[in-house]
Structure formats: C-alpha cells, structure tokens
Design a protein around this ligand. Sequence first.
Ligand code: ADP
Length: 538
Amino acid sequence: MKYILALDQGTTSSRAILFDTSGQPIQTAQQEFPQIFPQPGWVEHDATTIWSTQQAVIQRVFAQLPTTENHPEVAAIAITNQRETTVLWDRLTGKPLANAIVWQDRRTADYCDALRQQGHQAMIQTKTGLILDAYFSATKLQWLLDNIPGARDRAEKGELAFGTIDSWLVWNLTAGRVHATDPSNASRTMLFNLHSLDWDEQLLKLFNIPRSLMPTIVPSSGVLGETDPALFGRAIPIAALIGDQQGATFGQTCLSPGMAKNTYGTGCFMLMNTGHEPVPSMNRLLTTIGWQFPDATTPAGGTQEESNAGCCGTPGACGAAGCSAGSCGPATPRTDVTYCLEASVFMGGATIQWLRDGLGIITSASEVEALAQTVADVDDTYLVPAFTGMGAPIWDGHARGTLIGMTRGTTKAHIARAALEAIALQVADVLTAMEKDSKIKLTELRVDGGAAKNNLLMQMQADFLGIPVVRPRITETTALGAAYLAGLAVGFWKNTEEITSQWAIDRRFEPAMSEKDRQAKLTRWHQAIERARGWTQH
Ligand code: ADP
C-alpha cells in the first residue's frame, strides 16, 4: 500500500489528495461548487453537489494512478471537512430535505440573541466550550426542522438523519451503512458535551432536536467503515474523520500543548493545542476538541457511560445525576483526547473573494498581492470585513462591513491593501485573546491555507503580531492532518514521532515593524471596528 487518500471538503471546493509515506501530496484534484445566497445573511450549499463534486475529484485522482483497477495502492481514506455546515437527509432515500445551511449563515442570529437573553449562554459555554452563536449547527438544525414542512414529525419517527459534512460524506461513501461523526466535528454542533464526550440531553432538549437524528460518535483516528464496493471497485477502509481546522492543526504537527497554527482559508482559524484537558476561555474564544484516538483511558470512577454521561464535568455545576455530589467529570485526564482553544474569523480569504466578485477590482485572488504593492501603505483607510457579522473575539452578529478613511486620493490599490491588512489585523486580535486565555506567550505562528501563499499578507502578519510567522513546505496541512490520522490508524505511519519529523519550513517571516507603529496600527483598527459594530440593530 503506497498511499492515503484524503478528502478535503472545503467551503468553496471539494478536493482529493493522495499522500505517500513521506507525507508528500502525489496527486490532487479540486472542483469548486456554487455558493447559494437566497437572502441577505443566508449561505447555502447543495449537499448533493457536495457529494457529486467529491466523488468526481476522487475519480480524477484514481484515474491518474498507474493501476486504475481496484486501486490496490490506497491503504485508507481520510475525511476532513468544512465544519458546522448542517445537512438533514432522508434515511431511506439518502436525499437531503433542503440545501445545507453553511457555517457562515446568519439566519438564526436573532434567535441566538433571544436564547442569550433567556440566560442560556453560561450553561452552553460550560458544556460545549462554545459561544452561543448562529455559527454552530444546533440552531441551523432546529431551523430546518421548524421550517421544512413535515420535517419535525418525520424526525420524531426516526426517518431522518442529521450530519455535518463528514457524516454526509461517510453516509454516501458507505451507501448509508454508517452514520457517524468524530468529536472534532461533534464539538462544533453546540449539542456535544466536551466533558462527557457525548451528545448532551439538556442541549438536545433546549434546541428541540430528537436524539434519533444524531450520528454515532467515533474516534477521529480509527477504521469506522468501508466504502461501498460499487463506488471504487473495492471496499476501501475509511480511517479518519476530522474537522478541517483540527486537521490543519494535526497536519502542522502542533502535537504538544502550547503549539498553534493559523489557517487562512475562506475564514481564518487559529487553534492552539492545550493538551488533555479543556481550557475554558475568558476572552470569548472557543474551547474545542482537537482529536481523539481510539485507545481510551477510562476516566476514574468507571466507564464513560457510568461517569455521569451528560454531565458538564464541573462538579456541582450542571445538576446531572451525581453532579451535586461533586463526583462527576473525569478525575484523570483522558489521554486519548486532545483539546484546543480556537478563534474563528469569518472573513479571511473571503475578503479577497469579495474584491474579486463583489468589487471586480481583481480577476483572481492571486492578483491582490501585486495590486496592494503598488501603494506603500493604506493611507489611513481601513476595511472592517464584517460582511456576516464578526467572530472572535468580538462576536457581534449585527456588525456589518465598513470601509472608512477614504479620501479623493483613495484607489483600488489602497482598498486591496486594506483588505489584506484587515485579515492580518483580525488574526492579531485573536492571538492576543488566545495568549490571555492560555497564559502562554507564543514564540511563532505556523500558517497555512490558500491565502498563506501571499507573501505580503504573511509579512503584514509578522509585523502586526510582533513574532515570526512560519510557513511550512506543505501547505495542504488540512488534508495532510487527516491523512496522518488515517495512516496512524492503519499502520501506514508508525507513530507521531515519525510524522513530526516530516514537517519542514518553506519560509519564515520576521517582524519588521516598530512596537510603537504596531500599537498605533492596532489602535486605529480598533477604532474602525467600533464604527462597524451593531449596524443592523439601528
Ligand atoms: P477553503 O478551504 O476555505 O475553501 P482555501 O484554503 O482553498 O479555502 O483558500 C481559498 C481562499 O484563499 C479564498 O478565499 C481566496 O480568496 C484566498 N486566496 C487564494 N490565493 C490568495 C492570495 N494569493 N492572496 C490572498 N488570498 C488568496
């Protein structure tokens, strides 16, 4: 067996990448698919197109292999995916009941405000590690059940299945035999208890979600099923499920506590490995599951089921059976689970897409660097790309995009440069919040994702952070991380030491801005953000 096939189902495209034992991408195929914007603030994907594009890229990669018959060289398939995006489908026909509601979709923002006013935020944060927000799957799923005629009745009869994109792909790859997700994806639904590592009864009740809809939770690394032989001529083991950002963290080999990476894709996502225990955030970041290996260390006090499943894990805090006695929650950290702190910025590379598609000032994302370089600075112009509200650390669903500071001398080059700066400034803000929460001062930031190719953006990032930014040789870290998790499960790689030794630097960007200039820049940026906040409430 020569390869692991990683499926990277992203927000804008489906990809399939074959990795060899040295962690090199050998074959890649990619296909974009349409973004659907039915109303302002709504973002949908056709789940059927997600599956068909994913299948098409797998076939294209297989067609490039020397032996096309039965693909004996592929040891296992790994799945990594856009997270939170919510699919509801019919268990019998396998057909989605509606378009998938994408993570960027804000249709349930007002409902989330109402839940916050009713006082649910603290309980949700304690149990899930998340900020109560429309970003996560729970309110999206509730919306589908409440707005598709007959859906709730059918859900209660057990006829429907819910899944994030990993579950949807597994269902299709196994011809409906396996309905599963992993803790990294589950921890983004706002229905998963970070401490008991299971769906949470109190949350299912709050969001009115029948448990029969929910997938089985399996470890991130481990064979969970096989592809239907009719698809690729033979059954191939599916050996990893991992949310895209956790996949990138693993692919960047941030395997020790305190290591962090930032991915510049559609959004920007910074994750820091915090080890085997969840670190609660005081700075509006998310506590999330990194990954889970199958070799569970049974928590003290019994099996996972016996140790008060559904409890928050904080003695006396949630009132589940045994909780008030102060005996709940794993007394010994589960060494099979790695937790992360995460900060999500909604508009990363998507800001550049807007320059291309919304403004038409570039024809492809790669042109932005040259255009921005035609001016020396932004001339005090700031773009706050709050097109779909703002994520960490602001969390304002009512903020809207703002371009401020323009004069008669402002050109498209200033706007392009301000767009790049906006990406780097948002990331600088979340890194500050992460350092406060983790009480760890980062010494460097590992970077990846489509926009990390942009050298000007990476230099801006090092300048605004005041620490070096390090880009690895392989920037397909999301897919690579998934491949590593699958490869470890099937013996393709022996251990994490072997994969850590494969990580290699492409380029290191050293900060070149004075501390005074850096602080002045951040101050001006924060003033611009204030102008963007709360816009839709007026
Ligand atoms: P995703 O996985 O979220 O689909 P990718 O990692 O493929 O995203 O990155 C694509 C994003 O990166 C797009 O939003 C695109 O606008 C942006 N991008 C691609 N190349 C560049 C570049 N040279 N400079 C800035 N942004 C870029």
